[in-house]
Design a protein around this ligand. Structure first.
Ligand SMILES: NC(=O)c1ccc[n+]([C@@H]2O[C@H](COP(=O)([O-])OP(=O)(O)OC[C@H]3O[C@@H](n4cnc5c(N)ncnc54)[C@H](OP(=O)(O)O)[C@@H]3O)[C@@H](O)[C@H]2O)c1
Length: 242
């Protein structure tokens, strides 16, 4: 693991599925937690009442983020490209601008984000992405290009970032820390499935894992066939059981 001392974390997008799992993992570790979510979604955090501080507001509102990340050692951000209003890049920018220097910043996204262009995608994946990009923009519901822009800004920042790239997700009990690779297309990732609770576990674990600073790990469930068939994980967290 690493040398980062984490006591207080901010979870941006706390009321979503991934966010709620991250809140649970962070509380289990004894962290003080501040959660940001839309005003109307505050009731979704009722189970954590009295144990976390909630800052209601849009995650791309710089003033909301400035207040929420104050004094935090780590910031976990769910990047979502909702609407056609630069929501993901606005959220990422607010975090980059307002988190304290040296804080650990961990962002979630999908396999479609590439850092160095060396990811290899199946034809099916690429086609699905193209359709989702065009359709999402057409109905003005999702702006996948903006999630790409958000990650570009994170990669270009000099911060202590990690961008966790999730595979397809499913619900279910935890299987432990996912396995990761630097590149989509690595055989270890072929199963393309991770439990959402374990995606959240990886995000929280990344806060204190030095090996993940300025990395964009693509993850897959540790008990998936591809993870079990390959050693993978390049030796870091999530290495599957021997
Ligand atoms: N779903 C997948 O199969 C998949 C696959 C790979 C990677 N990922 C990544 O995993 C992360 C979590 O994805 P998820 O699908 O599991 O979603 P999720 O955790 O349920 O999160 C959805 C988030 O978006 C917010 N949201 C929903 N509608 C919104 C709107 N109109 N305007 C603003 N915010 C809105 C939700 O807030 P409220 O609680 O306020 O609604 C919540 O914070 C994302 O970074 C995603 O890119 C997902």
């Amino acid at each position: 693991m690493g040398g980062d001392r984490v006591e207080k974390v901010c979870i941006i997008g706390a009321s979503g599925k991934l966010g709620q799992y991250m809140v649970g993992h962070a509380l289990e570790r004894g962290y003080e937690v501040v959660g940001v979510c839309r005003e109307r979604s505050v009731p979704k955090l009722a189970a954590f009442e009295g144990r976390i501080t909630v800052v209601p507001g849009a995650t791309n509102d710089p003033e909301v983020i400035r207040r929420a990340v104050a004094g935090c050692d780590g910031v976990l951000t769910v990047l979502m490209p909702w609407g056609v209003r630069q929501y993901a890049s606005g959220t990422a920018q607010a975090v980059l601008d307002h988190a304290r220097p040296g804080a650990r910043l961990v962002f979630s996204c999908g396999w479609h984000i590439t850092r160095d262009g060396r990811d290899r995608y199946s034809r099916r994946f690429s086609l699905g992405l193209r359709i989702a990009t065009v359709l999402g923009r057409l109905v003005r519901a999702v702006e996948i290009d903006d999630q790409v822009e958000a990650c570009r800004r994170v990669f270009a920042s000099g911060t202590r970032w990690t961008v966790v790239r999730g595979s397809d997700l499913e619900e279910g009990a935890s299987q432990g820390l996912p396995v990761w690779s630097q590149h989509v297309g690595d055989p270890v990732l072929a199963s393309n499935l991770t439990r959402r609770i374990d995606f959240a576990l990886f995000m929280v674990e990344a806060l204190t894992t030095d090996a993940l600073v300025q990395e964009a790990p693509a993850i897959v469930g540790r008990l998936t066939p591809s993870a079990l068939a390959h050693t993978g994980g390049i030796g870091h967290p999530g290495k599957p059981p021997a």
